[in-house]
Design a protein around this ligand. Structure first.
Ligand code: FAD
Length: 321
């Protein structure tokens, strides 16, 4: 048995979450005394593919195929399942990223494998049984999922596992899968980026604001703080519902789930539906004028104060640093 890890690319390059998932898969492969193969789909250049060796992949299957240049859930799942059979992998690791959330269940269905999505740490291995700790109920709880099927798929939450460089080298092998035509029944023609700013799901730092900001005209100070930190901006649901900010910034149970290293919540009460999308953040800083605001209960650091006084001072201090 070997372990297969899917390494998703973004316009031909790998994000940090890819090296996290490779480090995680390598640790799993080591516990199982087996090797790690990575599969890359789309057109990724050779140095990027080779960099996977430094995180523990000894072999990289390279599917460079113009038909697969854009992410297509069904087709990518077929390719990963075929690759798993090709290398004899019983364990397939995928990032629980935006696209991974759609991909992992499809791969599991194709391989008739058990699935644990939202893994947050290395599983316990007991013979053929693997017990995975994963987030449940939109991040409000953890669950232990036992995988007992012959093949298993694990989708790892971004930012849940540290990078581990091994200094190894990977052998790159072109892989030519047979993809069923009906996998292309729907296809994305092109993806146009509308901003050069850091996108929310990938951000290491997120500066988020809520109804406490009073109106859209006050977001200048939020953007200034975010720029000073190299952060992405986010907001609570009522803020995007009111049209103060775009819906693409809405985080929470019904919005985007984020897990940055630092989440700064400004003028947000900390309702359970908001926390569901942000509680996996490594460090949470809350700025709120109400000392009883529920967000303080989950904060690592809290500032009780008026955002209109605190935020400009914080930005000035960061710029001066
Ligand atoms: P408020 O609750 O109005 O809080 C504003 C906060 O700002 C208060 O704590 C106040 O003390 C503070 N404040 C006011 N003035 C200042 C100041 N000058 N300086 C500092 N602090 C100040 N919400 C989400 O965010 N994401 C979701 O995905 C989501 N999904 C939902 C799904 C369902 C089914 C339901 C029912 C609700 C959902 N909600 C969601 C809404 C959620 O319940 C809350 O209503 C919402 O999160 C509150 O937004 P808020 O904190 O910005 O506003």
């Amino acid at each position: 048995m070997s372990v297969l890890v899917y390494t998703e690319n973004n316009n031909g390059s790998f994000k940090k979450s890819v090296y996290e998932v490779v480090s995680y898969a390598k640790a799993l492969a080591d516990s199982l005394n087996t090797s790690l193969t990575a599969i890359s789909i789309g057109n990724v250049d050779q140095p990027a593919l080779a960099s996977l060796g430094n995180y523990g992949a000894s072999r990289v299957l390279d599917v460079s195929n113009d038909q697969l240049k854009q992410f297509i859930n069904q087709a990518y799942a077929s390719v990963i399942a075929e690759a798993a059979n090709y290398v004899g992998a019983d364990l397939i690791v995928i990032s629980n990223s935006f696209s991974g959330k759609g991909l992992a269940p499809r791969v599991a269905a194709k391989l008739q494998a058990g699935l644990a999505d939202g893994a947050v740490e290395l599983p316990q291995i007991d013979g053929d049984k693997i017990t995975v700790k994963k987030t449940a109920f939109s991040g409000k709880a953890f669950a232990l999922t036992e995988l007992t099927s012959a093949k298993k798929v694990i989708a790892l939450n971004p930012n849940a596992f540290e990078l581990r460089e091994t200094g190894g080298n990977a052998e790159i092998e072109p892989f030519h899968p047979t993809i069923p035509n009906n996998d292309f029944a729907t296809a994305i023609q092109d993806i146009v980026r509308t901003t050069d700013k850091v996108t929310l799901p990938d951000a290491e730092i997120v500066v988020s604001a809520g109804r406490g900001l009073k109106g859209p005209e006050n977001w200048g100070m939020i953007e200034e703080l975010a720029d000073a930190l190299g952060a992405a901006t986010a907001c609570s649901k009522p803020v995007s519902d009111a049209g103060w900010r775009p819906h693409s910034e809405h985080v929470g149970q019904t919005g985007i789930t984020v897990s940055p290293n630092l989440y700064i919540a400004i003028g947000i009460s900390g309702a359970i539906q908001h926390l569901a999308g942000v509680s996996a953040s490594k460090t949470i800083v809350v700025i709120n004028k109400d000392p009883e605001a529920p967000f303080f209960k989950v904060a690592d650091y809290g500032i009780v104060g008026d955002a209109f006084e605190v935020v400009p001072k914080l930005t000035a201090a960061i710029k001066a640093y």
